[in-house]
Design a protein around this ligand. Structure first.
Ligand code: ADP
Ligand code: MG
Length: 271
C-alpha cells in the first residue's frame, strides 16, 4: 500500500559528509527502507568500498559480484548490478565491493571522470526500473567518488552527529559542494540536514542541535535520530532497523524523517 505520495519528479539524493561514523550509511539504508516499505520504488547505490550499505540491505558484495565499480568503468549498466534487498521488493541496491577502493586513482585518467555515475544513471535505466528515489551512500572522503555522487544527484543530505566535533570539517564539505555547483552541477542543492545519534541525556546534544538549527534553519529536519542500540545492531542481521525492530524508537524516527523528506519535496534551496 502506498502511504506516501510518489514524487512529481524522481529524486536523486546523495548522502555525504567526509567525516566517518556520522551516520551516512545508517541513514541511507534506513531512509531508503522507510520509503520502500511505504510503497515507493527506491534504489540505493553503495559508493563506499567498505560496502556497509550493501551489508545492511542483505546484498552480497564480495569481490567479483557485479558492482558499482564495473559500472563506473563503463563495463556494465545499473540494471546489471542492481539486486533486490532483503528489506522490500521495492528496494534495490547496487553493491560496492572492495574493488572500488582503487577507483579513486583509476578514475583520475578517465574521460569525464566526474560524471561517470551521472552517465550510468542516465540512458533511461531509472525509468525502466520505475525508480522514485535514488540514495547514494558516499565514502568518508571528498574524493572523486563523492564528486561523482554530487554530480549525479539533485540533492545532498548531510547527516550530522550530535557530538562535540560535529561542525568541524563542515565548512570544507560546504565549499566542496559549492565547487561542484559552480563547475559541474548547477542544479545541486543541499536539501536536508539530518541530526543523528542524539542522546537526550547530554547537554552537548542539545547544544549541537541548536547550533545546527541556527546555522541551517529549515534545512534541518524536525525529526532527530536518537542514539539507539537497535539501529546499530540491525546491519549485523543484514537488516535495517525498520524490519529488525519495527516498533523501536529508532525505527519510528527513520519513518518520521523519511516522511518529512517525502512531504517537503525537493524544492528547498541551499542555505
Ligand atoms: P558513516 O557511514 O557516516 O561512516 P555509519 O552509518 O556507518 O556512519 O555509523 C557509524 C557507526 O555508528 C555504525 O557502527 C552504526 O551502526 C552506528 N550508528 C549509526 N547511527 C546510530 C544511531 N542512531 N544509534 C546508535 N548507533 C548508530
Ligand atoms: Mg558509511
Amino acid at each position: 500500500t502506498i502511504q506516501l505520495p510518489r514524487p512529481e519528479r524522481r529524486r536523486i539524493l546523495t548522502v555525504a559528509n567526509q567525516k566517518g561514523g556520522v551516520g551516512k550509511t545508517t541513514s541511507t539504508v534506513n531512509l531508503a527502507a522507510a520509503l520502500a516499505l511505504q510503497g515507493l520504488n527506491v534504489l540505493v547505490i553503495d559508493l563506499d568500498p567498505q560496502g556497509n550499505a550493501s551489508t545492511a540491505l542483505g546484498v552480497e558484495h564480495r569481490s567479483n559480484v557485479p558492482s558499482i565499480y564495473e559500472i563506473l568503468l563503463g563495463e556494465i549498466g545499473i540494471a546489471d548490478a542492481a539486486v533486490e534487498s532483503t528489506q522490500s521488493e521495492n528496494l534495490h541496491c547496487v553493491p560496492a565491493t572492495i574493488d572500488l577502493a582503487g577507483s579513486e586513482i583509476e578514475l583520475v585518467t578517465m574521460v569525464a571522470r566526474e560524471a561517470r555515475l551521472k552517465e550510468a544513471l542516465g540512458s533511461g535505466v531509472l525509468d525502466q526500473l520505475d525508480v522514485d528515489y535514488v540514495f547514494i551512500d558516499c565514502p568518508p572522503s571528498l574524493g572523486l567518488l563523492t564528486v561523482n555522487a554530487m554530480v549525479a544527484a539533485d540533492e545532498v543530505v548531510i547527516p550530522i552527529q550530535c557530538e562535540y566535533y560535529a561542525l568541524e570539517g563542515l565548512g570544507q564539505l560546504l565549499s566542496n559542494i559549492e565547487l561542484v555547483q559552480s563547475h559541474l552541477n548547477p542544479a545541486l542543492t543541499i536539501s536536508t540536514i539530518l541530526l543523528t545519534m542524539y542522546d537526550g541525556r547530554t547537554k552537548l546534544a542539545d547544544q549541537v542541535t541548536s547550533e545546527v538549527r541556527g546555522h541551517f534553519g529549515e534545512l534541518a529536519l524536525r525529526t532527530v535520530i536518537p542514539r539507539s542500540v537497535k539501529i546499530s545492531e540491525a546491519p549485523g542481521f543484514g537488516q535495517t532497523v525498520l524490519t529488525y525492530d519495527p516498533g523501536s524508537r529508532g525505527s519510528m524516527s527513520y519513518l518520521d524523517a523519511a516522511r518529512e523528506i517525502a512531504e517537503r519535496g525537493s524544492e528547498r534551496k541551499t542555505a
